[in-house]
Ligand binder design. Structure first.
Ligand code: FOL
Length: 179
């Protein structure tokens, strides 16, 4: 982040806090979760963090949301692998969306990378370690793949929507403005 005066850093930190709170609520209270699969919309505040603050801060905020949210409200214990998921996904959104046009191509590539790394590799790896099930268990992969394909389009569509609907340039410049 560039140089900020006190007032602007207060705006920035409050916005981050609000988006972190939204991630916590979406993950822990408004998600559909079974032992092996979670469908959640926490990617929306995370993508907005990436758009407004870049990879470093969206990564840090995502880690804070995971650690605080899971510690306070988690129903299935705490596993550090999911914290790494949060970090990687926060950083990815920052790399693709910070100070960039939110185009269909850009958004789709970012969502696809997230899906491949997090949903189709790391999460099944963590779950296989946590619950001592084989990594290649077709009963677990079939719903996971169906969810991943559906979410690919839902995520791309919602991120495009918020990327266009929010006055991102105005907000981002507000955090840097003098006075
Ligand atoms: N430990 C930590 N640190 N954070 C967590 O959120 C957490 N959650 C669980 C256990 N330990 C944790 C609960 N178990 C998925 C499935 C089970 C699960 C956590 C996640 C899962 O399928 N995740 C999705 C993406 C999740 C999302 O969209 O938020 C996936 O497809 O990877």
């Amino acid at each position: 982040m560039l140089k900020m005066n006190k007032k602007n850093s207060i705006y920035a930190i409050s916005t981050m806090g609000l988006l972190v709170a939204m991630m916590i609520v979406l993950t822990n209270f408004l998600s559909i979760q079974t032992q092996f699969l979670r469908i959640s919309f926490d990617f929306i505040p995370r993508a907005i963090l990436g758009m407004l603050f870049g990879p470093l801060w969206s990564g840090i905020s995502s880690v804070v949301a995971d650690v605080v949210g899971t510690t306070l409200f988690g129903k299935a214990g705490f596993f550090i692998g999911f914290t790494l998921n949060a970090l990687i996904s926060g950083v990815l959104y920052g790399l693709f969306f910070y100070k960039k046009e939110i185009t269909l191509k850009n958004t789709f590539i970012c969502v696809l990378l997230n899906t491949l790394i997090i949903s189709l590799f790391l999460t099944p790896l963590w779950l296989s370690i946590m619950y001592h099930v084989p990594f290649f268990n077709m009963g677990l992969w079939i719903p996971r793949i169906i969810k991943a394909v559906a979410m690919l389009f839902i995520q791309t569509g919602s991120i495009m929507f918020f990327g266009k609907a929010l006055p991102l340039k105005m907000l981002a410049s507000r955090y840097m403005a003098k006075g």
